[in-house]
Write a protein that binds this ligand. Structure first.
Ligand code: AMP
Ligand code: MG
Length: 267
């Protein structure tokens, strides 16, 4: 999955990355879904261990254009994990109180504690994406945020947080199909906003903003992955694989009991 990582110091161009790519998996969709089910079992065990051990903190950042699959990825990748140890934090248009603070204030509060995994559905990156594209803050303000984000994430990392960031990369045609599906399916229309069509018109500006964000904020301690996301099963496979490999790397163990339990008999 290294091929999808944005290497610090190297510049990627989104135009050159194929949202349909599925080269890291030798198999079709059916086999992909089987692997995904296996990875999901592994994730469930590893997350249980993470929660029991209380030594690590995991932050997963998901960013994408509208219909890019953030909700779907959360539903499928994290299917069956223990809700006690996993939280989702969704970032919407900031409230008046949030706007009265610095842009990281609302973010820092919901970062993971020991034993926790937190998934960001959108994130502090909105403050260099939608804010930049729409000019909600002047350039001299958002320009400083890349460094501020890197400093913030370094603080989290140096405080024991493992950070994984995923940009779910779809193309404009795929978005059209998914928006149409939202219009056509009564169980999906609730997600459709006319404003999404206005955002769609700004596709090019968003790609530029994403490219800059990915290139300026992929670090050793908080790397970005550009996930080919036109195929949902492949998107989920990439995220699951990176996550499971990262958790395995922790070499976690269930804690030993605090007292000597040899010879304990329960009457
Ligand atoms: P959704 O994720 O579809 O529920 O939509 C949330 C909306 O909130 C999106 O349109 C985001 O662009 C918007 N949003 C999130 N964070 C910010 C922010 N910091 N400033 C302005 N808009 C934001
Ligand atoms: Mg939306």
């Amino acid at each position: 999955m290294k091929r999808y990582r944005v290497e610090p110091g190297k510049k990627i161009s989104l135009e050159k990355l194929d949202p349909n790519d599925n080269k890291s998996f030798k198999g079709d969709k059916e086999q992909g879904l089987k692997s995904l089910a296996k990875l999901n079992q592994e994730l469930q065990s590893l997350q249980e261990l993470l929660y029991a051990e209380q030594k690590h903190k995991v932050l997963i950042v998901l960013q994408a254009m509208d219909t890019g699959g953030k909700d779907g990825a959360i539903r499928r990748v994290f299917d069956g994990v223990n809700p006690q140890g996993v939280k989702v934090a969704s970032f919407k248009v900031p409230t008046a109180e949030e706007l009265a603070h610095d842009f990281l204030w609302r973010v820092h509060k919901v970062t993971p504690g020991l034993g926790e995994m937190v998934i960001f559905n959108r994130s502090h990156y909105e403050d260099v994406l939608v804010v930049r594209v729409h000019g909600y803050a002047p350039e001299e303000v958002w320009k400083k945020r890349y460094d501020q984000i890197n400093d913030f994430e370094r603080l989290l990392a140096e405080s024991g947080t493992t950070i994984l960031k995923f940009f779910l990369h779809i193309d404009r045609d795929e978005q059209k199909e998914r928006l149409q599906a939202r219009l056509d399916d009564p169980t999906k229309t609730w997600k459709f906003r006319l404003g999404d069509l206005e955002e769609r018109k700004l596709w090019g500006d968003y790609m530029q903003a994403y490219e800059d964000a990915l290139n300026k904020t992929s670090t050793d301690y908080a790397p970005w992955y550009v996930v080919p996301a036109n195929r949902k099963w492949y998107r989920d496979l990439v995220i699951s694989t990176v996550l499971v490999n990262t958790l395995k790397g922790f070499k976690m163990e269930y804690p030993k009991p605090e007292e000597n339990l040899d010879g304990v008999v329960i009457e």
